[in-house]
Ligand binder design. Structure first.
Ligand code: CU
Length: 286
């Protein structure tokens, strides 16, 4: 009996949503974003269109973005970035092929989002206070370039690998360590390095392989830097304000990140399967 009531209540909720939805679309601006066909394999992030088409949309406060999944694979639309994780502003969970998801934006700002199953799929929603969108867009030119750049990094599969290395540093803290397979580079992002310091890092050969002569190549804030190497341990000096240390080898495997993504994907699919099963047992009793 109770199950019946719950099921009826659920149906009622769905019908009222269907009834309300069209008026919500009519009141404010709405923009439609589609999933690039074939985006479940990497490559779309390198195209001009991106993995979400368009990957950057601008709306006014109160506007809505509708994501239509025209691809053959299921995707998520999750606020946040692959490097920092979900931000909690919105999350579609798995959107099946042919389905869609929408979110209304009530606060101004720039909202990055990505697909949890295919982290190279990234996009941004810019929400501007009504009327001044042009002024905002001009001022945001540089910021958008910066965002694009960090998105590109993330799209190349950079995950936090901090727990895979033994590190000590004398100034600041490690914000995160990412691996870039394309450039065979390990990126160490520093935070709060107010004084000159030294990073001591013991490299994990499962993740980064040196050049044939056993050496690496190091850049601090994109400038080539001298460093000391003892076996797999590097002593790298950096000056106050340094933000990024890049260690280049012959090969980088973002092993941990890939495994984490697979685990996540399996978890999502299991939840869907479980939910479907639960529903299947509820409906016949109605
Ligand atoms: Cu996806």
């Amino acid at each position: 009996m109770q199950q019946k009531i719950y099921s009826l209540f659920g149906l009622l909720a769905i019908f009222s949503l269907i009834a309300i939805a069209p008026s919500a679309f009519a009141d404010h601006t709405s923009v439609t974003v589609t999933n690039a066909p074939g985006s479940s394999v990497p490559g779309c992030e390198e195209t001009a269109d991106g993995c979400f088409i368009p990957s950057m949309v601008t709306i006014d406060i109160g506007g809505e973005v509708i994501w239509e999944n025209n691809d053959t694979a299921a995707h998520t639309i999750t606020s946040g970035t692959p490097t920092e994780g979900p931000s909690g502003v919105f999350d579609s969970s798995l959107v099946m092929a042919g389905s869609s998801f929408s979110h209304e934006f009530d606060d101004a700002g720039s909202f990055d989002y990505f697909c949890m199953v295919h982290p190279w799929m990234q996009g941004t929603v810019m929400v501007s206070a009504e009327g001044d969108e042009h002024a905002d867009m001009e001022g945001m030119g540089d910021e958008m370039e910066g965002m694009k750049h960090s998105d590109e990094h993330a799209a190349k599969g950079i995950e936090d690998l901090s727990d895979q290395f033994t590190t000590t540093l004398t100034s600041g803290v490690i914000h995160h360590i990412g691996g870039n397979t394309d450039d065979a580079t390990l990126l160490v992002h520093l935070f709060g390095a107010d004084d000159d310091g030294e990073l001591k890092i013991t490299l994990n050969s499962d993740i980064i392989t040196p050049f044939d002569d056993g050496s690496y190549f190091v850049l601090v804030d994109s400038e080539e830097t001298e460093f000391e190497q003892m076996g797999n341990t590097l002593h790298i000096e950096y000056s106050a304000g340094a933000e990024k240390i890049e260690i280049v080898g012959s090969h980088v495997v973002p092993e941990f990140g890939t495994i984490a993504m697979i685990v996540l994907a399996v978890a999502i699919v299991s939840i869907i399967v479980l939910t479907t099963k639960t529903r299947a047992t509820l409906i016949p009793k109605l």
